[in-house]
Ligand binder design. Sequence first.
Ligand SMILES: C=CC1=C(C)c2cc3[nH]c(cc4nc(cc5[nH]c(cc1n2)c(C)c5CCC(=O)O)C(CCC(=O)O)=C4C)c(C)c3C=C
Ligand code: FE2
Ligand code: FE2
Length: 347
Amino acid sequence: MVSKSEVGIILMNLGSPDSTAVPDVKRYLLEFLMDKRVIDYPWLFRKILIEGIIVPRRAEKSAEAYSSIWWEDGSPLIVLTKQLQAAVQHDMDVPVEIAMRYGNPHPEVAFGNLLKKNPQLKEVILLPLYPHYAMSSYETAAEYAKEIHKKKKYKFKLSVIPPFYDEPAYIDAVAESMRPFLQQSHDYVLFSYHGVPERHIRKGDVTGHHCMKVTDCCHVKSPAHEFCYRHQVTITAELVAAKLGLPREKWGISFQSRLGREEWLKPYTAGLLETLPKEGKKKLLVVCPAFVSDCLETLEEIAVEGKHSFMNNGGDSFTMIPCLNVHPMWVNAIVKYCNQIMQAETV
Ligand SMILES: C=CC1=C(C)c2cc3[nH]c(cc4nc(cc5[nH]c(cc1n2)c(C)c5CCC(=O)O)C(CCC(=O)O)=C4C)c(C)c3C=C
Ligand SMILES: [Fe+2]
Ligand SMILES: [Fe+2]
C-alpha cells in the first residue's frame, strides 16, 4: 500500500518537433517513423525507407504545415498538453508532469521531475493521452514508458491507465464538447479518426481469426476488442451519438492522415469530404475524438485542408469541433481516472 503523498502522475502525449525548422522536423519524423510500432517493417528495410525516402521527401512539406499552425508559445499539441497539466494539477494534490513519446519532454525528464518533487515517490500513474488502443499510439507510449522505468531501475511502481474509449466520463466530455455546435444548422456529423494500416488491425487480433475476418467484426463480441482500434473508435462514436440523440443517418465514421501505399482503415476522410456534398450533406460538423488535444492533424489536415476540399466540392458550411483540450469535463474525467487507481492502491 502507498499513501497519496507518495504518488505522482504523468500525462503522456505523442509529441511534436521542437520548432518548425526543417532539421527539427526531420529529427522528430525520424524518431517517430523509426518506431517499430508505427512502421513495423524489418529494421533495415524501415531504415532505408524512412531515412532514404519518406523523411527526406516529407520533412519540408511537414515543416511548412507545422509553420501554418504553430502558436507563439510553440506547438499546439505541446502547449495544450501543458495547459491540461496545469488544469489537472489545480484539481489534484499530487504532482502532475507531462511527457511525450517523441521529442520533448522525454519521459525520463518527467520521472526525474517527479522524483525531485518527492524523493520518496512510491508510485507513478501514467495516463497515455489516447482514448483508443493502437499499436502505433497507446501501446508504443505505454511500452516506452515501461522500458525507461525498467532501464533506469526506478524503485517506484509504474501503473498505466488503460484506454478509456467507452468510459462514461470521457464519452460525456466528448458529447458535451460537441453539444453547442449541434445548435448550428447541419446535415451531417463526421467522426474523423486518425487512421492506421488495416494490417495493424489484423496483426493486433489476439484471436487470430476475428478482426476484419468475421462479418461486422466490431459488433461481434470478442477478446480481440481489448486491442482493436477499429472496434474501440466505433464504440466511442456510437456512445457519443447515442448520448447526443443523433439519428443514425445523421452521422458517420471516417479515417484520416494516411501515410504510404498500404490499405488503411476506410472510409478515408479525404474521400468523404469530396463526396458528401454530392450526397446532399452540405453542412458538415467534424469531430476528431481520437485526439484529445488539437494538433497538426486537426488544425491543418481537417480545419484547413479538409475544409478547403469540402467547400470546393460543393459544401455550404464546414465546422471542425475542437478537441477536448482543457474542457472542464475532460479535466474531471482525468482526475476521476487517476483517483480510481489511487483509491484502489493507496491508504
Ligand atoms: C490518435 C492516435 C494516433 C495514431 C493511431 C497514429 C498513427 C500513425 N501516425 C502516423 C504518421 C504520422 N502521424 C503524424 C502526426 C500525428 N499523429 C498523431 C496521432 C496518431 N498517430 C498526432 C496527435 C499527430 C500530430 C502531432 C503534432 O505535432 O501535432 C505525423 C507527423 C506530421 C506529418 O508529417 O504529417 C506522421 C508522419 C503513422 C504512420 C501511424 C500509424 C501507423
Ligand atoms: Fe499519426
Ligand atoms: Fe476488430
